[in-house]
Design a protein. Structure first.
Length: 179
């Protein structure tokens, strides 16, 4: 079976969201966080989370991307139990027994998004239309081309000896550049 885990490709999630998920958390779509809120009233970082965030169920933080990963039945069960506990602790579910079916449904929905090769990245786009939250998911994959070489690279020199060859007159170079 496959499930989703949060990804942090760069530090942007820490700026975009009030709370960024830690990389590698089990993830669900996150729409449940907005079930009792009017999405049209959201602003700033809360609006960013609504529009493009996966929910990390350990931290209840947000991630722009999730990765499809292999998961065992034990992983799935642990994710369900953790999410059920979060539903009790943070969302007012009366007890774990009541919260478990909702958690199972959320994890099953996340698993339904994983009909892709392991390692595939998934992004979410959420909007509100006529009072209904609509989610669209897309996959992202590498174009297969190697990453471009960096424009600058730094090397460490073992000693302070000047490079072999003619000495460079820096003053002459500066004067030449001004002409």
């Amino acid at each position: 079976m496959k499930l989703l885990k949060t990804v942090r490709a760069d530090p942007s999630d820490t700026f975009v969201f009030d709370k960024a998920a830690e990389p590698g958390e089990w993830a669900v779509s996150g729409a449940l966080m907005f079930a009792q809120r009017d999405p049209t009233t959201l602003t700033g970082k809360a609006r960013a989370a609504f529009r493009a965030g996966f929910l990390g169920i350990d931290s209840l933080g947000w991630s722009t991307l999730a990765r499809v990963v292999e998961a065992s039945e034990e992983d799935r069960s642990a994710a369900i139990e953790l999410l059920a506990a979060r539903l009790v602790e943070h969302f007012g579910a009366p007890d774990i027994t009541t919260a478990r079916p909702a958690a199972e449904e959320e994890i099953a929905f996340a698993a339904s998004l994983c009909d892709h090769p392991t390692g595939m990245l998934v992004a979410v786009s959420r909007r509100c239309e006529d009072g209904v939250t609509r989610e669209a998911f897309r996959t992202l994959q590498s174009n297969g081309r190697p990453k471009p070489a960096p424009v600058f690279s730094f090397i460490q020199v073992a000693d302070d000896a000047p490079p072999a060859g003619e000495p460079i007159d820096l003053a002459a170079l500066r004067d030449g550049a001004r002409r």
